[in-house]
Design a protein around this ligand. Structure first.
Ligand code: ADP
Length: 171
């Protein structure tokens, strides 16, 4: 049984992440989407919320499950008996960080390989932070996240205010 782990913060999950997860599910017997704590970033959604959002989007993928990672990814991968860490690679900007992480994980767990899937060109520009910014201004996020989670994501970033009456508004 070949198991792969797809790690990330998924804050929130986007069509870009889901494309990588779906493609990994076609290559491995089992895929674990591992929601991690990134010590360098403050999250907009709790770990439980991020897990729940992903679960709502992968219901049609029987060989994919979602879990949380509390400690080191390399230890988690060993503990789950996974042979690979699958990551998505967007433009050049992802490369340096991902290359460093892959080498560090190899050092910590030499039995696991990191595999990179190139992003679908449709999602090259897409990131969780773009979704957060667009949602924050009340923009349309329907091209970025699946419909079943769009409303929940919007509600986190955008509370439309009732239009206050202007001084010249006719009474
Ligand atoms: P992290 O905080 O570890 O960067 P993210 O949730 O931002 O976690 O991303 C998790 C993984 O998903 C990373 O490998 C990232 O490159 C990949 N990913 C994110 N967005 C896309 C996208 N639009 N296309 C392909 N891969 C993506």
């Amino acid at each position: 049984m070949k198991i792969a782990v797809c790690p990330g913060s998924f804050d929130p999950v986007t069509y870009g992440h889901l494309d990588i997860i779906r493609r990994a599910a076609g290559l491995f017997d089992q895929v674990i989407v591992a929601v991690s704590v990134n010590v360098d970033k403050k999250s907009s959604f709790t770990q439980e919320e991020r897990v729940s959002l992903i679960r709502q989007c992968i219901a049609d993928l029987p060989n994919v499950r979602v879990d949380v990672v509390h400690g080191l990814l390399a230890d988690y991968v060993r503990q789950e008996g996974a042979c690979a860490i699958v990551k998505g690679l967007r433009a050049v900007s992802d490369f340096e960080y991902e290359f460093q992480m892959a080498l560090a994980n190899k050092k910590l767990n030499p039995e696991a390989e990191t595999l990179f899937l190139t992003t679908d060109q449709k999602y090259m520009y897409l990131s969780s932070s773009i979704v957060r910014q667009i949602a924050g201004f009340g923009g349309d996020i329907s091209d970025f996240v699946p419909p079943q989670i769009a409303q929940f994501v919007m509600a986190r970033f955008y509370q439309p205010k009732e239009r206050e009456s202007e001084p010249n508004d006719s009474k």
